[in-house]
Design a protein around this ligand. Structure first.
Ligand code: NDP
Length: 316
């Protein structure tokens, strides 16, 4: 850990995801080598992408690369945007029936013409490594074994690894999506936090979030959570990933630390910023996840872990 914003005389220390993500992938790799050596079985992941959304292509590319790193056999089904729901259901059915496929993921969002819910519900719950199928969602809510979405499980791993106390603390999750907010709240509840969930209709958001020792933000609004939303010393986890292209906004978000980001902006045309205002939060939070370099790296590592788990369960 190191402190950020030295020029701003701040104290928030960074909860970085990189080292833990590398450790998790290393452990998964070792277990897969053992599985291959002792049982002659190699886990397989099928990634399905429809259309040509550039962000989805990058996300799937990162997942395939991680599979190569840990020794998971992967296959990438990139289908045209004109694919129908029926055609996609056929592909899911064939992946469900194949013994060499342990995990299936469909990169969301799917194009508007496809019935996303039907696709998610068609995936065999035993191969649902994203944890989006209603059977897995229900089991999580009941506190039973389930595949749990990778971003919230990665956050729990990061908190545990960093010795952040969860039990008995006041936790606040801002955002109630199926992918992040809701499963996050369930996992915190399972670990005995007192959990509040906020969303776009929450009145006087700052007065609620300021009560939290542990604040998890997943809203998709660049830098919206500022110092006024944060209890001094709180642990703040920023799930947001937003592209910022305006140098004026970069200066406003990063203050005296903006130079490095402006450099990234001039080279790549954008810089990634979370839902938490980086300069404001650094002044008041005790610990803070950076964007990039925080939660995002753990999401892919947890997908590898879920795929290994699917292979272990299916083949035992
Ligand atoms: P969704 O758009 O599905 O959900 C956003 C949630 O935020 C909704 O519940 C919405 O409330 C709430 N919200 C929106 N505006 C406000 C507001 N002004 N005040 C309070 N709550 C608000 O987003 P996701 O959960 O899929 O993603 C959230 C962010 O996390 C995005 O930036 C996304 O890119 C990022 N992300 C990052 C991942 C990673 O690996 N790092 C993985 C997944 C997502 P309501 O329900 O009332 O509409």
């Amino acid at each position: 850990m190191y402190t950020i914003g030295q020029q701003m005389e701040t104290s928030a220390s960074l909860l970085e995801g990189g080292p833990l993500a590398a450790k998790i992938k290393q452990e998964v790799k070792a277990e897969i080598e053992e599985m291959v050596r002792t049982r002659g079985v190699r886990p397989g992941l099928a990634a399905v992408r429809v259309g040509d959304d550039p962000a989805s292509a990058v996300y799937v590319g990162n997942k395939i690369k991680a599979c190569e790193e840990v020794g998971i056999r992967s296959e990438h089904h990139a289908l045209p945007a004109t694919t129908s729901t029926a055609e996609l259901l056929d592909l899911i059915a064939s992946l469900n029936s194949r013994d060499d496929v342990d995990g299936i993921l469909t990169q969301l969002p799917l194009p508007a013409g496809i019935d996303e819910r039907a696709i998610i519900e068609a995936i065999d719950p035993a191969k649902d490594v994203d944890g989006f199928h209603p059977v897995n969602v229900g089991n999580l809510a009941l506190g039973r074994p389930a595949f749990v979405p990778c971003t919230p499980t990665g956050i729990i791993e990061l908190l545990l690894h960093s010795d952040v106390e969860i039990r008995g603390t006041r936790a606040c999750v801002v955002g109630r999506s199926q992918i992040v907010g809701r499963p996050m709240a369930q996992l915190l509840l399972q670990r005995d936090a007192t959990v509040t969930i906020c969303h776009s209709r929450t009145r006087d958001l700052a007065s609620v979030t300021r009560e939290a020792d542990l604040l998890i933000v997943a809203i998709g609004r660049t830098g919206m959570i500022g110092r006024e939303h944060i209890k001094p010393g709180a642990t703040v986890v920023d799930v947001g990933m937003n592209k910022v292209t305006d140098p004026v906004q970069v200066r406003e978000l990063f203050g005296p630390d903006a130079e490095k980001r402006l450099d990234v902006l001039s080279k790549r045309g954008f810089t990634l910023v979370g839902d938490v205002h980086p300069a404001g939060a650094a002044e008041v939070a005790g610990r803070l996840t950076p964007v990039p370099g925080g939660v995002g790296l753990l999401t892919v590592a947890m997908l590898m872990k879920n795929t290994l788990q699917a292979a272990t369960r299916r083949r035992s």
